[in-house]
Design a protein around this ligand. Structure first.
Ligand SMILES: Cc1ncc(COP(=O)(O)O)c(C=O)c1O
Length: 403
């Protein structure tokens, strides 16, 4: 079908969506054999105990449809994790819904809770699914930017958040630890947002898929656990991020029974249920991870990878901004003489052999200028890949900065 013809069939709600920048940069990276620090997925094998858990689940013949809201063994394991690590005890049967990755959790929650014509606050730079989900629900995204301070940290102005609220504002989408900045919201910042949510009666959709990846002694706080927030917050988690198995697409939504009931109404008509053997595998892996202290080992390993990449970017003449969590670091490219992130990332991929993502993809039209002088690099890669990237950046950038 020609794209012109496709255009005539296309529904309004998807018409404005372009191809994601990830597809373009991944294709360029492959063509030019670039070290791919673009897309955020690990390039190293999953831990053996995680793979063995999947084999066990299939061998046990956990191969048929399961409960729509999540396999009983997995929801139980997630509830235990919350109890152990976050001092909160969600009811496994009514307060947890297993979804096709956090991605479906976001989609189902927005479909279930946002009416056509509602406004949804999104903090930018944003994970690119958020505005798309809001638009598909018939809502309007309203953007509030994080701003970098002189100290290289990122700040959210709560007054700007208040100013963006309208009588139609229904939801705030929060992401901590935050992709792509690596910001970990402090308890005080979350308290400020919680006060706003309560004052204006907002639902908070809190994307916390990087909850176990915080560095420099920063502590991850769950906004759902602050006073008065449980009833109005849904928290998203992802086994893909926890165990480095992004292709498994097992995620979950945790929150009050009332909010989960709404999510389940949408979820039952999206996938009905999520891959049964992989749900059981994640349940087994969560138990094993506790026994081995795996999540802490992973955190330490990622912190070291962050350090390798940050040093390489600085040595190549960029200015990496502080990143205290996630898989990502944003680096200023203007010290190299570049003012255009898309042109820079294309050039870096094709000429230097290192792929990165242009952050303007994570900003609304009004604030795109904020992303132009940066590039996003992922450090969830083998040490050898990071070292090879460091070598290419050092050699490629030293002599070739833009005049
Ligand atoms: C902030 C954020 N939320 C959600 C997701 C998607 O999670 P999942 O792979 O579990 O669907 C990602 C993946 O990169 C992400 O960075």
């Amino acid at each position: 079908m020609t794209s012109e013809k496709a255009g005539t069939y296309m529904a309004e709600r998807v018409r404005g969506f372009g191809e994601t920048i990830f597809s373009e940069m991944t294709a360029l990276a492959l063509k030019h054999r670039a070290v791919n620090l673009g897309q955020g997925y690990p390039d190293f094998p999953a831990p053996d105990f995680v793979k063995e858990a999947a084999w066990k689940a299939i061998a046990r013949d956990e191969n048929q449809y399961t409960r729509s809201a999540g396999h009983p063994q997995l929801v139980e394991a997630i509830a235990l994790l919350w109890q152990r690590d976050w001092g909160c005890s969600p009811d496994p049967l009514t307060e947890i819904t297993v979804t096709v990755g956090a991605t479906e959790g976001l989609f189902a929650a927005v479909q279930a809770l946002v009416n056509p014509g509602d406004d949804v606050l999104i903090i930018e730079p944003f994970y690119d699914a958020y505005p798309a989900d809001v638009i598909m629900a018939g809502g309007t995204p309203r953007f509030v930017p994080l701003r970098p301070g002189e100290d290289g940290e990122w700040y959210l102005d709560l007054e700007e958040v208040r100013r963006a609220i309208t009588p139609r504002t229904r939801m705030l989408i929060l992401n901590t630890p935050h992709n792509p900045t690596g910001k970990v919201f402090s308890r005080e910042e979350l308290e400020g947002l919680a006060a706003i949510a309560q004052e204006y009666d907002l639902i908070v959709l809190s994307d916390e898929v990087y909850d176990y990846l915080t560095f420099d002694g920063r502590r991850h706080w769950r906004i759902a656990t602050l006073p008065g927030m449980w009833e109005r917050t849904l928290t998203l988690g992802s086994a893909g991020k926890m165990f480095g198995v992004t292709g498994w697409k097992i995620g979950w939504v945790v929150g009050s029974a009332a909010l989960n009931l709404a999510v389940r109404k949408a979820h039952q008509w999206i996938p009905f249920c999520v891959a049964t053997p992989l749900q059981v595998a994640v349940a087994i892996a969560l138990q094993e991870a506790s026994a081995q202290g795996y999540l802490e080992t992973m955190r330490v390993a990622f912190e070291r990878k962050r350090d390798i990449l940050v040093q390489a970017l600085a040595e190549a003449g960029m200015r990496p901004l502080a990143t205290h969590g996630t898989y990502f670091v944003l680096a200023r490219i203007d010290p190299l003489g570049w003012e255009d992130d898309v042109a820079f990332c294309r050039w870096l991929t094709t000429t230097v052999g290192v792929a990165a993502i242009p952050p303007t993809a994570f900003y609304s039209e009004d604030h795109k200028a904020m992303g132009r002088r940066m590039a996003r690099f992922a450090f969830c890669k083998r040490d050898e890949a990071l070292q090879e990237a460091a070598r290419r950046l050092r050699e490629g950038l030293r002599s070739r900065t833009r005049a």
